[in-house]
Design a protein around this ligand. Structure first.
Ligand code: SAH
Ligand code: SF4
Length: 364
């Protein structure tokens, strides 16, 4: 079995080369070829000795996931579907804005956490993505998008907000983050790489020590009763523990605030009383809010809040001096909006059957 070098961050690649009897700077060279030069074969790495290239060819690969489809939305949003084997695919989305270009990356095939308003959660879980499959998404998008006329990378920001719960695939995500941040990899700053979590408290504490990038937390509710319904994980790590973990994270975070994501579900969590309850909940936690109008999917059982309700909610937070943005829905025409990323998941948990049964029962 050949070793896939795409799974290695710089320390691991350096170690691998040491075992081959090669100097550490070789690892840096190869890293740059793969991630900055977009090289897929060792032949392309012309500043490596011929003998080393030949050795690598027999022992290693640059195993980039295969590209199955690429789409572009009317609004410039782009989407790639990558093959991750055995009938599974994952999606990656690029969202261009005037000041930045953000790539939204997936971390798992499906998700095991069963949030009730999320189509990924409803589809079930197949498996974790490898480091190569996570960083492969950035590799393809970077290759497609390249640099601006000013020679700056078009992808300035990465958010782990695609399919899956990144902190449930901790080790592979950490390795991928390490490659994103490395000067010999993609050279992104810690402030411009965001991990979004539904609230895995122990892993948040670990991330703070291992790779403190910007943090987004899917809050979605102002009390445990509502959050328990939306995010089953809340029963394990309720709001009090989650807020304490956010405060601990802030001691090491590259930004001096946590971003709270809050999906706006009509009649569920979008009333003024919820907004006031939130103010109390976050009073000791420097934060910004990103309100996400719910993106519907078949048989979800939820509806998007009205624009009026979203604006009233936003104003209550803003009046308390909390910076609050409403996420614009982008790329809807290519199903690239939040919670619409489906990919192709061969569900191992039989959850799709469960939900189909529930929605059938509802229809009857
Ligand atoms: N698992 C992680 C990251 C992926 S989801 C997390 O839950 O944070 C990225 C964001 O999209 C999360 O805030 C998630 O709650 C939200 N989301 C999921 N389904 C959605 C939907 N149908 N409409 C709007 N936002 C949704
Ligand atoms: Fe998983 Fe996040 Fe969807 Fe919840 S919202 S099911 S954690 S991807």
């Amino acid at each position: 079995m050949k070793t896939n070098l795409l799974n290695f961050d710089l320390p691991a690649l350096t170690e691998h080369f040491a075992q081959m009897g090669e100097k550490p700077f070789r690892a840096k060279q190869v890293m740059r070829w793969i991630h900055q030069g977009g090289a897929q074969s060792f032949e392309q790495m012309t500043d490596l000795a011929k003998s080393l290239r030949a050795k690598l060819q027999t022992q290693a690969t640059v195993g980039i996931p295969e590209l199955l489809a690429a789409q572009e939305s009317k609004d410039g949003t782009r989407k790639w579907l990558l093959d991750v084997g055995t009938g599974n695919g994952v999606e990656t989305v690029f969202i261009p804005e005037s000041e930045r270009g953000t790539l939204c990356i997936s971390s798992q095939v499906g998700c095991a956490l069963e949030c009730t308003f999320c189509s990924t959660g409803r589809q079930g879980f197949n498996r974790n993505l490898s480091t190569a499959e996570i960083i492969g998404q950035l590799w393809w998008a970077n290759k497609a998008l390249g640099v601006t006329p000013k020679n700056e990378r078009v992808i300035s920001n990465v958010v782990m907000m695609g399919m899956g719960e990144p902190l449930a695939n901790y080790d592979n995500v950490i390795n991928a983050l390490s490659i994103m941040l490395d000067d010999h990899g993609y050279g992104l700053s810690r402030r411009r790489v965001t991990v979004s979590t539904s609230g895995m408290v122990p892993q948040m504490d670990k991330l703070k020590e291992d790779m403190p990038v910007a943090l987004a937390v899917s809050l979605h509710a102002s009390n445990d009763k509502v959050r328990d319904q939306l995010i089953p994980l809340n029963k394990k790590y309720p709001l009090k523990e989650l807020m304490a973990a956010c405060n601990r994270y802030l001691t090491k975070a590259p930004r001096d605030f946590v971003t709270f994501e809050y999906v706006m579900l009509d009649g569920v969590n979008d009333k003024p009383e919820h907004a006031y309850e939130l103010l109390d909940l976050v009073k000791d936690t420097p934060c910004k809010f990103n309100l996400i109008p719910f993106n519907p999917f078949p048989h979800s059982g939820y509806q998007r809040s009205s624009n009026h309700n979203i604006n009233v909610f936003k104003d209550i937070l803003m009046q308390a001096d909390i910076v609050t943005t409403v996420r614009k829905t982008r790329g809807e025409d290519i199903d690239a909006a939040c919670g619409q990323l489906a990919g192709q998941v061969k569900d191992k948990t039989k959850r799709q059957e469960k939900w189909q049964k529930i929605s059938l029962e509802k229809q009857i």
